[in-house]
Design a protein around this ligand. Structure first.
Ligand code: FA5
Length: 336
């Protein structure tokens, strides 16, 4: 038995140094040290030895096992070290890393956020309303009854006869007044939808609505508020022009032009040689609108305005085609 153990140890030691790869090293471990390996087979026969020989043989067998395990571990460590060195050779720490692309806010979001900041400075809070809207809020309550010709200007996407995609943010005026008593000072930003598409119009675009209701306010407040907005959004030298216009929900109504951002009023292709560019609609809240939200038109005065954010962004950044904002081309978007 002792001889068998000695031979096993020698054979294992010789074999182990001939091994050149990890897979063979593992095979060798199973062959000598595995549950059904050579050493286990010898150990199984210890039980049949005479009682007085058992402790001595047992100790030798255990020493043999420890030695083979140690040899195996040393060889394994040698392999591991070589592998680590190989790995280090293929890792070139001087190579530049992969660049991480950091995104940024969409230009429309940037202009929207700048708009919020300007109006926050004037004491306006942000109000919200649904994009899928009822005919009542989008038209009826804004003094646009079913047969009113102003409905034609809106090119509405109808879902049912009474439900539609809102065509402007003005319904938020109605929702806010219906749920809050005066005074009110809000802006309502959001997406709106119209059946409209060319280089200055898209079927979905963003508007920001403004509404101020109090016992005392006037058209000059409207002019003052919009002048502050235009001077902060564009340039303090920008001129404003209030042109009489018509909206069923305001009286009087105006369209507001600014001096051309490109030629500063001398005339160019952008402003069709007029020197002016229209940027928004505005006016004093019509008494019929107050009636529809149960505000007393004798006690309340309101001013309102509504602007297209894409249009503001086109002018601010000198972009020729509104559709670029929605194509998600990074070559365009990364310029902002
Ligand atoms: C309105 O929508 C009124 N609700 C604005 C208003 C509010 C007036 C409160 C008075 C009081 P208008 O249809 O003109 O008005 O649209 C306002 C702005 O939205 C336009 O000046 C334009 O900049 C923008 N706009 C209109 N249609 C489109 C479109 N299809 N694509 C992109 N922008 C558009």
């Amino acid at each position: 038995m002792l001889e068998k153990l000695k031979n096993l140890e020698t054979a294992a030691a010789e074999e182990i140094f001939k091994i050149t790869d990890l897979a063979s090293l593992e095979q060798m471990r199973i062959k000598y040290l595995g549950r059904k390996g050579l050493l286990s087979q010898i150990l199984k026969t210890i039980s049949s030895l005479p009682k007085e020989e058992k402790p001595k043989i047992g100790k030798v067998a255990n020493d043999c096992k420890v030695k083979i395990e140690r040899l195996w571990k040393e060889r394994f460590d040698q392999f591991k070290e070589t592998l680590d060195q190989e790995k280090d050779k293929t890792l070139d720490l001087t190579l530049p890393g992969f660049p991480i692309f950091v995104g940024h806010k969409h230009p429309i979001t940037q202009v929207l956020e700048e708009t919020y900041q300007i109006f926050a400075g004037l004491g306006f809070e942000i109000a919200d309303g649904p994009e899928i809207e009822e005919d009542f809020f989008n038209f009826e309550a804004l003094n646009i009854p079913k047969d009113h010709p102003a409905r034609d200007m809106h090119d509405t996407f109808y879902i049912t006869e009474e439900i539609l995609l809102r065509t402007h943010t003005s319904p938020v005026q109605i929702r806010t007044m219906k749920s809050h008593p005066p005074p009110i000072r809000i802006i309502a930003p959001g997406k709106v939808y119209r059946r409209d598409a060319d280089i200055t119009h898209t079927p979905m675009f963003h508007q920001v609505e403004g509404l101020l209701v109090d016992t005392e306010t006037s058209f000059s407040d409207l002019k003052g508020i919009l002048t502050v907005f235009v001077h902060q959004m564009f340039d303090p030298e920008t001129k404003l022009r209030f042109r009489p216009s018509f909206f069923p929900f305001t009286e009087p109504s105006a369209e507001v032009d600014i001096s051309c951002v490109l030629c500063h009023g001398t005339g160019c292709r952008l402003c069709s040689d007029t020197g002016w560019i229209e940027i928004l609609g505005a006016g004093m809240v019509h008494p019929k609108v107050f009636e529809s939200v149960e505000y007393d038109p004798q006690k309340n005065i309101g001013l309102a305005f509504g602007m297209g954010i894409e249009r503001i962004a086109l002018l601010k950044y000198g972009i020729g085609d509104i559709r670029l904002f929605f194509e998600n081309d990074l070559r365009f978007l990364s310029q902002f």
